[in-house]
Write a protein that binds this ligand. Structure first.
Ligand code: PRX
Length: 569
């Protein structure tokens, strides 16, 4: 079976494109009221789909529960009222720090319905990663689970503005200072709610993304983003009324909110969620059981599936699948060819970022795929590559340059939280620079080359070297450190750390392991260096800045480039 796009062709859509198409279909205007929480639940009920399953949820042991759009509507009302009753005000940041349990998805909509700003964070984060992001956002409340509350307890003294720690599964467990238990099933179901009257520019979601220097940046989205997320989900993911859609991304990552909550539910699509880590057989069994039709995944996962071979895929009935998409890192040509072999369908690459809020370059359904290419700009997105010397688009196809987008599409972030200068620095000559390099071929297809900075892309997740280096420096043995990307067959990149030791410490496997675990507990498993090399000194500029580019080049077997500004050269 092949992917069938039921909408007009890419070229026709480009020729007649206007974001007003999405506004009309959603029933919103730029100057009117828009609330993502309401649009993803109440409005779908008003369209006659109240009893349609919205969320089919399953955990690692196979226990499951289904929520209809009417459940989503009433239960998100219930959470909105609960949070408002705690005294939380519109505009306050409310963090979601949970595994992929239903309260996470329903809580996200509930926060938006009471006018709060939803701040989703990975539940795998350790205390330091959590603290950095809560302190920067001056978060007022956090919704979490019993199994994660210990990490919050350890840092709450350093967070005077965190007034409420809401535990969604507290049961009979004793609670501590500032903690409250919220048992959603036991609260009176709120059928009617005056949803907060947000408008297009009202802040909605705050997603933290990693940068090269300084702490992670809070990418600040607004309610109008739904216009882009709705239409890209409909056209690129090709969502149809009867689809069973699976996005295996965690909402701690923008993919898990833009296309794991907002885009599909704004379309009234039934979603399945598996709250469990990766396992080839478990994933195939899940697709088979729920008859998944559209699947949004990532190259790392696809590479793991490839490693297990097509034979495993044949053990399951995967014929329900009709459209596959991928995001987060370059999708290698082999992965596209392999998926054709394993599922009879190619994966369609989609390129975008936390900052763009929606897919901006993609292998659009129905458009011929060139394996290894990201495809072409979504209709309504003006994308190009700039000559890095002039910041002007090249006048011919071919050369590698900086991926740049003309600002103004609905889901672009409006700023970085507390950091307007950092946001302003992303623009050159009226273009927004993604921080990536690519070339465009004569047919207008984009070919990804690599990132333009030191940010490490491990399995689709960006990890900033500064955060890792800061954690390393807190270890008593570490004098100086540099974290760089090292190539990896499954995760594309992993973190490698170069470390100089303080006098009296000796490098060796025991110390390496100890430092690795130290970083893992403070930050997250993703940020943990997979290798630590103990070195006598680190390459630095004359002004004392560590030059990661040189260390990185050695890992990749690339030329080290210009070293004229180095201290020791
Ligand atoms: O470097 C690009 C890479 O991921 C970065 C954005 O990461 P993040 O903000 O975490 O959002 C990821 C999910 C939307 C990009 O600047 N990236 C994302 N998609 C692709 C990609 N690199 C190559 N090909 C892609 N399809």
């Amino acid at each position: 079976m092949s992917t069938v796009a039921t909408h007009p062709s890419y070229d026709e859509l480009c020729a007649n494109f206007d974001w007003a198409i999405a506004e009309r279909e959603l029933g919103v205007t730029r100057s009117g009221r828009i609330n993502i929480g309401w649009h993803c639940s109440d409005r779908i009920c008003e369209l006659g789909l109240a009893s349609k399953p919205a969320l089919i949820w399953e955990n690692f042991s196979g226990t499951g529960r289904t929520y209809t759009f009417d459940d989503l509507r009433a239960l998100s009302n219930t959470i909105a009222v609960y949070l408002a009753d705690l005294g939380l005000q519109p505009g306050e940041r409310i963090c979601l720090f949970m595994d992929r349990v239903p309260d996470l998805y329903i809580g996200f909509l509930g926060i938006l319905k009471m006018g709060g700003i939803a701040q989703p964070l990975f539940s795998a984060f350790g205390g330091d990663s959590l603290w950095t992001r809560l302190a920067d956002a001056r978060t007022s409340a956090i919704l979490t689970q019993r199994k994660h509350v210990g990490k919050v307890r350890k840092i709450r003294e350093k967070l005077p503005e965190l007034r409420h720690i809401v535990v969604v599964d507290a049961g009979e467990a004793p609670l501590q200072e500032r903690e409250v238990a919220m048992a959603l099933d036991e609260l009176p179901r709120v059928e009617r709610l005056d949803v907060y009257p947000s408008t297009s520019e009202t802040p909605s979601v705050l997603h933290y993304t990693s940068g090269t220097t300084g702490q992670p940046k809070g990418a600040q989205h607004v309610h109008y983003s739904i216009v882009s997320q709705y239409l890209t989900a409909k056209w690129v993911l090709d969502l149809q009324p009867d689809d069973i859609y699976w996005c295996n991304a965690d909402p701690g990552w923008v993919t898990g909110t833009s296309y794991g909550i907002i885009g599909p539910w704004a379309n009234g699509t039934t979603q399945v969620v598996l709250d469990s880590g990766f396992s080839t057989e478990r994933w195939y069994a899940f697709i088979d059981k729920h008859r998944v039709t559209v699947w949004y995944s990532a190259p790392t996962a696809i590479r793991l599936l490839m490693r297990d071979g097509t034979k495993v895929a044949r053990k399951y009935a995967l014929t329900s699948l009709r459209h596959l998409c991928s995001v987060g890192e370059p999708l290698n040509a082999e992965a596209v060819i392999w998926s054709q072999e394993a599922f009879g369908l190619p994966f369609h690459d989609t390129f975008w970022q936390t900052e763009t809020g929606c897919i901006v370059v993609t292998n659009f359904p129905g458009m011929p795929i060139k394996p290894g290419s990201m495809g072409k700009p979504f209709p309504g997105i003006t994308a190009t590559v700039l000559n890095p010397k002039t910041n002007e688009p090249y006048d011919r196809p071919g050369p590698v340059g900086l991926i740049a987008l003309r600002p103004g599409w609905p889901s672009m972030i409006r700023s970085y939280w507390n950091n307007p200068t950092g946001y302003a620095s992303k623009f050159k000559n009226g273009w927004y620079l993604c921080g990536d390099r690519a070339s465009i071929d004569p047919d207008g297809y984009f070919w990804f080359v690599g990132r333009d900075d030191d940010v490490i892309n491990t399995g689709g997740h960006l990890v900033g070297p500064f955060e890792i280096e800061s954690a390393l420096l807190e270890h008593p043995a570490v004098a100086e450190s540099a974290a760089v990307a090292k190539p990896d067959p499954v995760n594309m990149e992993v973190v490698k750390a170069f470390v100089t030791l303080k006098p009296g410490f000796e490098g060796g496997p025991d110390l390496e392991l100890e430092i690795m675990n130290f970083v893992r507990n403070k930050l997250s498993p993703l940020a943990m260096p997979q290798e630590i090399e103990f070195v006598p000194s680190l390459p630095k500029t004359r002004s004392g800045k560590i030059v990661r580019r040189i260390l990185r080049a050695k890992e990749w077997g690339e030329p080290v480039g210009d070293t004229s500004t180095l201290m020791d050269e």
